[in-house]
Design a protein around this ligand. Structure first.
Ligand code: IMP
Ligand code: MG
Length: 177
């Protein structure tokens, strides 16, 4: 055991390969369009910064920050607050939302809804990881680097208690999830 880090699920080389492959797909799909990439903070930080450096045509970048939690009301339901909203104008733009992981789908479905309110030409969702078995709200990522099983993972932007984001690989967190 190494600081609570267990099995390495996805190596540095595997991430590098998939991210450059994804950038090629995005180039084929968006090269001649006006594209705004919106990164979901903080989880997408590392993925976003690597991905955009593989994109060879001009793109605009913005970020959004959201917090999903169980509400305090008697009939508690999940709520998502937008903490920092985007500032770019999305009119006449194609939007690609980039996040670290699609889990229950609550956060990203809310973000899609918020972005839709800005009336862009199109909205697509791009995630590094997809944990399909955990889905509660139907949402299929348009672009995804890796499908993973139901394990709690950290590294390459993904955190536990805000730690481990700086690991260059993706590993299972021991004694959790
Ligand atoms: P959702 O709203 O349940 O889809 O939550 C998505 C958010 O939960 C992600 O952006 C992550 O911050 C967090 N999350 C879900 N699964 C994991 C995991 O395995 N490791 C780290 N964070 C996770
Ligand atoms: Mg996150």
């Amino acid at each position: 055991m190494n600081n609570g880090i267990g099995e390495v699920l996805i190596t540095v080389a595997e991430i590098k390969h998939k991210v450059s492959e994804l950038a090629q797909r995005l180039t084929a799909d968006y090269e001649h369009k006006e594209l705004t990439i919106i990164g979901v903070l903080n989880g997408s930080l590392i993925f976003l910064s690597d991905l955009i450096r593989h994109i060879p045509f001009p793109v605009k970048i913005d970020t959004i920050r959201a917090n999903t939690y169980i509400g305090a009301s008697a009939i508690s339901k999940t709520e998502t607050d937008i903490i920092n909203n985007i500032s770019l104008n999305l009119k006449d733009e194609h939007v690609l939302i980039v996040d670290d992981i699609l889990d229950t789908g609550k956060t990203l479905s809310r973000i899609v809804q918020v972005i839709r309110g800005h009336n862009p030409l199109s909205i697509k969702v791009c995630v590094l990881l997809n944990k399909e078995v955990r889905r509660e709200i139907e949402l299929v990522p348009d672009y995804c680097c890796f499908e993973i099983e139901n394990k709690f993972v950290v590294g390459y932007g993904l955190d536990f208690d805000n730690k481990y984001r700086n690991l260059p690989y993706i590993a299972v967190l021991e004694n959790n999830g």
